[in-house]
Design a protein around this ligand. Structure first.
Ligand code: FPP
Length: 257
């Protein structure tokens, strides 16, 4: 009973966060990265199969994309499938591979209306052709859009990304087009999937896990981290605005004083 009351209060407190929670519209994080965790536990709590959690998670994706666009976030990167997620049961992997296609077929028109530009970050080669085709179509159709940049990290692994960058750079050195002294942080950044984007200012991870899980390891050197116990399917735009408001209260020093 007490626990229920406390849950209700927490929900009420969460719902009291609205766009006004984000006081300073000038100091928004330009790039927000999200580890969308807790779909499986959300489903388990309801005695549903794990894929029901992912379906509910997709609904949250739609809400948060809208919330980000409405408040004026420039870049939103969502971790939808890691290089390690292939180890999941076959039916779950199959389902997760179908979600981008479903999302794009139902949402693309509205996203185009919102001037959203879609990109995939990660290794496309191993994806089933229907997933790759759907993403490439979305990338093509939104290429010139100048609004929110919405990145799906799919078949993405931070270490894999760094290995690929080192391998490409070594090849350039070997071929004589680059001197080892020319290898700088900015050169490495130019060889990452995220080469077009600034590093994330804020990372949000749901479901109470407090780790990076191989997400944007290079890019998050100075990212502000924000964790919540809320499971991704329950994550609301009020929670999203709360994360942004907390970020705005932080002092970013980048190693300085
Ligand atoms: C982690 O939760 C979640 C994933 C690996 C998949 C995330 C995918 C979505 C939210 C839908 C993506 C939608 C689009 C449009 C691409 P988990 O399954 O590990 O949860 P658990 O830790 O509770 O088991």
């Amino acid at each position: 009973m007490l626990e229920k009351l406390s849950q209700m209060l927490t929900r009420k407190e969460r719902q009291s966060n609205n766009e006004n929670t984000v006081r300073d519209r000038e100091a928004l994080p330009a790039h927000i990265a999200v580890i969308m965790d807790g779909n499986g536990r959300w489903a388990k709590q309801r005695s549903l199969p794990r894929i029901a959690g992912h379906r509910a998670g997709m609904k949250t994706v739609k809400e948060i994309v809208k919330a980000a666009d409405e408040i004026g976030i420039k870049i939103l990167t969502l971790y939808a499938f890691s290089t390690e997620n292939w180890k999941r049961p076959r039916d779950e992997v199959d389902f997760l591979m179908k979600l981008p296609q479903e999302f794009i077929s139902t949402e693309l028109d509205e996203l185009i209306e919102r001037n959203v530009c879609i990109r995939m970050v990660g290794s496309k080669e191993e994806l089933p052709s229907f997933t790759r085709d759907a993403l490439e179509k979305a990338e093509r159709k939104t290429l010139n859009n100048t609004g929110l940049k919405l990145n799906f990290a799919l078949n993405y692994g931070g270490r894999n990304e760094i290995v690929r960058a080192i391998s490409e750079i070594s090849q350039r050195v070997k071929e004589g087009g680059l001197e080892p002294e020319e290898i700088t942080e900015s050169l490495i950044a130019q060889h990452l999937y995220t080469r077009e984007f600034p590093d994330p200012d804020l990372l949000i991870r749901t479901s109470g896990e407090i780790r990076l899980s191989n997400f944007m390891l290079w890019q998050m050197a100075y990212t502000e981290l924000w964790f919540t116990d809320v499971l991704w399917p329950d994550f609301s735009k009020e929670d999203f605005y709360q994360a942004i408001a907390d970020y705005q209260g932080r002092a970013r020093r980048y190693g300085s004083v």
